[in-house]
Design a protein around this ligand. Sequence first.
Ligand code: TXA
Ligand code: MG
Length: 351
Amino acid sequence: MDSINTLLLGTDEESIGKAADIIKNGGLVAFPTETVYGLGGDAFSPDSSRRIYAAKGRPSDNPLIVHIAEVSSVYEIASEVPDKARDLMEAFWPGPLTVILPKKPIVPDETTGGLSTVAIRMPSHPASLELIRKSGVYIAAPSANLSGRPSPTTAEHVVEDMNGRIDAIIDGGPVGIGIESTIVDMTSDVPTILRPGYITKSMLEKIIGEVKIDKAIIEPDSGIRPKAPGMKYTHYAPKGKLTIVEDESRPGEVTGAVIEKINELISNDEGKVTAVLTTREHEADYKCDHIILLGNEKKAETVASRLYAALRECDTIGADTIYSESLSHDELGGAVMNRLLKAAGHRVIYI
Ligand code: TXA
Ligand code: MG
């Protein structure tokens, strides 16, 4: 990085005050949440939303999430709040859950990508709550990455993508969860997960009964259009070719056959810079140029928190070919695999 042209701030009161003033005056500030870093602007200002799309290089039909600091704010943004939505908000807010509700006319089309619904979330990170409260507005915030890149989980990732494109970055250190919030559409007959995340289907069902998963997520090759516009875009893909290897007889487990296959593929990659995305348990098993650690095989939390940094690392080391173990498919593991599969363009070798 040559020089930093964006104001770097801490999480102290004075810094958050400065950041809040920037947002109040129509500027853009990246800030930490418990999931990933967000790129925030005044959610009710069409101009701020336009600037967010420009900074990210994001298509303007891809709506933004409105971040709030009090549960009661939902009633100023949504025209209707079904009982089940209220129950979920009570159970999981503040936290990594986004609900889709019908929007009030006050929410600009620029923020919702022209949709009649709006995505709302109350984050739990103290710096985000402080920023929203101090700015006196609701904050529209997509992940603070350039469109197509992995979401940022550290302030350094934000600097990589956004230096000189936004007014300020609040550095709150590495985030806790590492993948984006679970999105649930509360406008359909049966509440539907549009993007899997830390809050899993069974956690939601404990509170409100039956919950569906958007078909486009379960069958990504079906050609069905995802209900969350952002889910249709290629995401997170490193520059090198990423391939996932899975043992069909024991999906989500790193078996001897998986390790053997990956080593065979590496041995055919002569002259290329090779990397393997693996867990601590298997870091000694591969004969590649670079081992990139994802966390612990049996602890999806550790993999979630490392995944995006690991994908960025593939580019930093200039990997030409990258192989990844296929990891646990259920609950949080499923949300992680959803991102990993996208990053691999759904390239999986089954053995
Ligand atoms: O954890 C998160 O949710 C992070 C942090 C910063 O809060 N934010 C985030 O925002 O991931 P973004 O913009 O990267 O992803 C928002 C997703 C997109 O896939 C978008 O299409 C979908 O939410 N979305 C937003 N409004 C929607 C709506 N009204 N209906 C359906 N999908 C919507
Ligand atoms: Mg994003």
